[in-house]
Design a protein around this ligand. Sequence first.
Ligand code: URA
Length: 206
Amino acid sequence: MEKVPAAPMPSFPEDLDGLERFVLACQACSLSETRNQVVFGEGRGTSGLMFVGEGPGADEDRTGRPFVGRAGELLTKMIQAMGLSREEVYIANTVKCRPPGNRVPSPEERKACFPFLEAQIRLLKPKYMILLGQTAAQVVLRQSAGITRIRGTCCELPEYPGIKIMPTYHPAYLLRNPSAKRDVWSDLQTVMGWMGLSRSGEKEGK
Ligand code: URA
């Protein structure tokens, strides 16, 4: 039987600023009809750490910045507890436009937006990724397991060679279930161990 050639990878600009301009004009799914702003992602990522959340909420849709609402405040505290600043990490989402009513992004929306997240990962070349919540874990790890089962388990995937990946709970979940903060702190400490960060934020051995 004749082999069907693989679909060509969409070609995107080969730098983050160019990619952002490209994504700002995206109309690949119906979220583009209801969004106020595209939330591309932000941070310099100089620490080598990238966070992936689910998708923008109302505050993010209004400002064009990821994780600026209540869940974002908690994420900022988590980053600071690791001894890092928001500037030093990179923060992105599985979808770049707000799903109306903050619903979970549909399979079609995730699929339409995934090439942008993949391009962000390829261009940033993070060494570590923290996946915040079930949607991010399902999209990035391409599996359907519940976050409760897989959180805290380090993964490395052939698609992302050299990147250590940690799935954990989403900060919005922690706002509803503060007792889960203990698990998340344990996951963050594992990542800090990978990064050679002590609890004071110093690089160990300094
Ligand atoms: N929740 C997310 O998953 N991402 C955001 O940017 C904000 C809230």
